[in-house]
Design a protein around this ligand. Sequence first.
Ligand code: NAD
Length: 490
Amino acid sequence: MSTVSEQHITYDRLFIDGAWSAPAGDARITIVSPSTEEEIGSVPDGTEADIDVAVSAARRAFDAPGGWSSWEPEARGEVLERFAVALDARQEEGARRTSIQNGMPISIARAFEGPFPGMVTRYYAALANAQVREEVRPGLLGGSTRVRRTPIGVVAGIVPWNFPQAITFLKLAPLLAAGCTVVLKPSPETVLGAYTIAEAAEEAGVPAGVINIVQGGREVGAYLVQHPGVDKVAFTGSTEAGRKIGEVCGRLLRPVTLELGGKSAAIVLDDGDLAGNIDAVFGSMLINNGQTCWLNSRILAPRSRYDDVVATLAGLASGVTIGDATEDATQIGPLVSARQRDRVEGYIAKGKAEGARVVAGGGRPDRDAGFFVQPTVFADVDPNSTIAREEIFGPVLSVIPYDTEDEAIAISNSSEFGLGGTVWTQDQERGLAVARRVQTGTIGINHYVNDPVAPFGGVKASGLGRELGPEGMSAFQATQTIYVDPPQLG
Ligand code: NAD
């Protein structure tokens, strides 16, 4: 069924209804290492017929008397604890599979992709346990009402390739804890980690049909989104795909969560210390080779400190260790694919053509193979130029000068996106005051790290709804109101 060697990982089945099923078709997805350009694995390419079988399985697991949705949260919590243990035992495998497929430096994969699945699974199991199941509310008209939280149903979970394990669990952990079942469609660039998840689910005894995984591209994803057996869509990916999915869900009146693209701004105040916080600067501006949705790719610097900010960022970009993603010392690995590299290089060319000044990078590093680009810093960037407005999804920073704090906030808010952001200052209160005026779903002061306890998501073209925190579980719950004691009217 599967062969796993150091060099090549092959699977021949799909994980559906708690079993390893033969796919309906015989097409395959081939994985190429972005670090070496060698083939490193292949899996079945799922079809609409596979989606039909998977949705039916998820439907049965949800609807059947005694099904997952009817379990008490404590009982689901026991299964989820075993799932978390099985996921934790596979932390290194999950991290490594991400790194070999999408070029994420292994140190970053070990910090996020490895531990995140088990950590959030436990978090949501505890949260579901602590929730009041049926709240009794005294009525304003007299009498009383009961408000129940119910699982929303069968979820279509569609995820991108940039943090495949972590982003999958932004959906999987809360939906399972809430009592939903799922058909998961990973991105075709990162198919292998989903098998790690399936194997952990099987070992943990997650009931058949609760988690179903169908590999495939956007056509299969689009078929899943509109499937009559699906109750809710949870999507992370590009704004372009999110708009299409949102349109379909609007027509069907199907609840949808959309975590989309970004073009977040770092506002450096006149007392901001980038050089003294260089790890946090790297973490918020370049992590994962620039392939992170909330990255601060626009840096707004006060004119009085402009040269100093440009020099610090140029020094950072020129000094990082570029290398094979699986090497411990690597800070910047390759982009996920040749197509993504072409896209990023297109933006670098556009930046030059539009008159921005390259102060670091701008080309390819000297390597024999791999989809690498140098971390690139542009100075003197016009806030209305293409590289300052569009999501590049690569290690390309644009430094934009400003004169007043109001102007910096206005430039930050002029974006069509609103996902992340940072404020850099030595005065926390001043930083908070600026952060409160930035129109974005999340923002950090002198650092940016998504903590699982807090809601994450965007405004404007960055999406709809929130993941993580209690809000992330509400997205997979509906309420049912039962009017129990009648009021004495009249
Ligand atoms: P993408 O939109 O091309 O694909 C994402 C996933 O959706 C893939 O699994 C793909 O097969 C599927 N898909 C694409 N079109 C579809 C459609 N019409 N119907 C159903 N499924 C469809 O994005 P990508 O290139 O994989 O990822 C990069 C993008 O994701 C960037 O724009 C990035 O900002 C965004 N992203 C957002 C977040 C967030 O939380 N806001 C996190 C990570 C990535």
